[in-house]
Design a protein around this ligand. Structure first.
Ligand SMILES: [Zn+2]
Length: 138
């Protein structure tokens, strides 16, 4: 029977090699497999491949859920809101032009960032051996 300290901390079980959190998050952000960094991570826009096409690493264990969307809102919301406040304070454009620009930038930025942020979350979960990435059941 394993003690609490052996099972509670991810990344300390068994003889598996150490996984770099930063490297896996970067590889995921680049939309590549967190294990090898070469195979594609996604099958579609947000559909993660069940296995890496290069190294065969199982990728279906991820549970990204809503975290990529929350991170997207956090990043895009802060950047666009700050830019909108600057535009409105200094009155570069009229109100409707400012509204149109900030809404268009919000939609485009959110669309561009969604896949890298999901990849980063999947890479982080892989590095931390969460949800079956460490060879154990969730
Ligand atoms: Zn791979």
């Amino acid at each position: 029977m394993q003690s609490f300290s052996e099972t509670a901390v991810y990344g300390t079980e068994g003889d598996d090699p150490e996984r770099s959190l930063l490297q896996a998050a970067r590889r995921g952000f680049a939309k590549t497999c967190p294990a090898c960094g070469k195979g594609a991570l996604f099958n579609g826009f947000l559909k993660v491949r069940p296995n890496c096409e290069r190294c065969g690493e199982e990728l279906h264990h991820h549970r990204a859920d809503d975290l990529p969307a929350y991170l997207n809102i956090l990043v895009v919301g802060h950047v666009v809101l700050g830019a909108m406040m600057v535009l409105m304070t200094w009155e570069f454009f009229g109100m409707w032009t400012t509204m149109f620009i900030t809404m268009a930038v919000s939609v485009i930025a959110a669309g561009v960032l969604m896949q890298p942020l999901k990849g980063m979350v999947v890479g982080t979960q892989w590095a931390l051996r969460m949800h079956g990435f460490g060879g154990h059941d969730d």
